[in-house]
Write a protein of this length. Structure first.
Length: 368
């Protein structure tokens, strides 16, 4: 997962409140369930003496957002009374997770969040398209009507009129599909979207994909369900999109595991708190691989510019050990600060101390 989306958290001032919960909207009483979860979150935050303005900011961000379709999770991270990160998750966490801490807690969103925060969902037919832009947890929708008519040949057309009528229909369709393609291209170029999901009748999907320039067509993922017609099963569409994101997440884990295995004998991969903190200090980490860190801690200076596995190591490096921090909060945030990617691993990789890294260049010195 690219870390640029988390950059605002590096500059924000704590304490932070990190909340992860089930935000599914797949039952008739979904709104009531969400209300109950938010009341529970509010109760726990108040029990931890979190400022009322922070509680209201989190509650307002969730209630004010467009509800998801189908199974979904939600990640909200606030710094002070400002919500800094607010995103839907591919799938909800098993239980509500809540932390009030010096640093934000990013691991659940690395595990369950969308790899690509910006993507388009396009429902197309021969008359035009409905386009939804998903960006940084927010959505914006618009429709494109190419103005080409007719898009269906009249049933009453005589045989000798068939060729003329068919030609008009084909020209109208080309015009409409071209207008949709132009708009998608503009939106992709403007937003930096990584993926374009296309739903609708198979012919219209194929024609649209063929009308896009190669740089945009390479981002297209066709969906089997959905469309512009009334009664479309949006839950099916969202399930397909979620499965595509999940497939890409598994591929990312595979890639990280392979690069880690290849780098172990060349100095381009390290594992364990000592060597990973050393690599983070040097800005050498390309990809941070996060496993099960448990309650492990690290030690840092006041400004979080130097980090080490323990106070003695930090002192030997010339730093003042002023802060003891949870490793599962500090290490991902430092990776973000240095532009490293983040990967939450599974059973394919069990690094020492629950942490590993693929490096940008081979380290010349060890952690000590």
């Amino acid at each position: 997962m690219r870390s640029e989306r988390f950059r605002p958290l590096v500059d924000a001032k704590g304490p932070f409140v990190s909340v992860y919960f089930d935000d599914s909207h797949d039952t008739q009483d979904a709104a009531a369930q969400l209300d109950a979860r938010l009341r529970d979150v509010r109760k726990h935050l108040e029990e931890r003496s979190v400022d009322a303005a922070v509680v209201e900011a989190i509650d307002g961000a969730v209630r004010g957002a467009h509800p998801p379709v189908g199974r979904s999770g939600r990640a909200v991270i606030a710094a002070g009374a400002t919500v800094v990160l607010d995103e839907h998750l591919i799938r909800p966490p098993a239980t509500t997770l809540l932390r009030v801490s010096e640093l934000p807690y990013l691991i659940p969103i690395v595990e369950h969040g969308h790899l690509h925060t910006t993507h388009l969902v396009v429902a197309v037919d021969h008359a035009g398209a409905d386009i939804t832009i998903h960006r940084a947890g927010a959505t914006r929708s618009e429709s494109v009507d190419g103005g080409g008519r007719p898009v269906h040949k009249a049933k009453s057309a005589e045989h000798h009129e068939y060729g003329t009528a068919q030609g008009k229909v084909e020209e109208a369709i080309r015009k409409n599909i071209g207008a949709v393609a132009d708009r998608i291209t503009h939106l992709v170029d403007d937003s930096g979207a990584d993926l374009v999901f296309i739903e609708g009748e198979a012919g219209a999907r194929a024609e649209l994909a063929g009308a896009l320039p190669e740089r945009v067509a390479d981002k297209v993922v066709p969906l089997q369900g959905g469309g512009r017609a009334a009664g479309t099963d949006e839950a099916e569409v969202q399930h397909e999109i979620g499965q595509e994101f999940l497939k890409r997440r598994l591929a990312t884990i595979d890639d990280a595991a392979q690069r880690f295995a290849a780098g172990r004998g060349t100095g381009l991969a390290v594992e364990g708190l000592a060597d990973v903190t050393a690599a983070l200090r040097d800005g050498a980490v390309d990809t941070l691989i996060v496993g099960e860190l448990g309650d492990a801690t690290v030690v840092a200076d006041a400004e979080l510019t130097m980090i080490a596995p323990d106070a003695d190591t930090l002192s030997q490096l010339g730093g003042a050990p002023e802060r003891t921090l949870r490793a599962d909060e500090a290490l991902p945030l430092l990776a973000v600060a240095t532009g490293a990617a983040l990967v939450r691993t599974d059973e394919r990789l069990s690094p020492a101390d629950g942490i590993a890294a693929v490096l940008r260049y081979a380290e010349m010195s060890s952690a000590d």
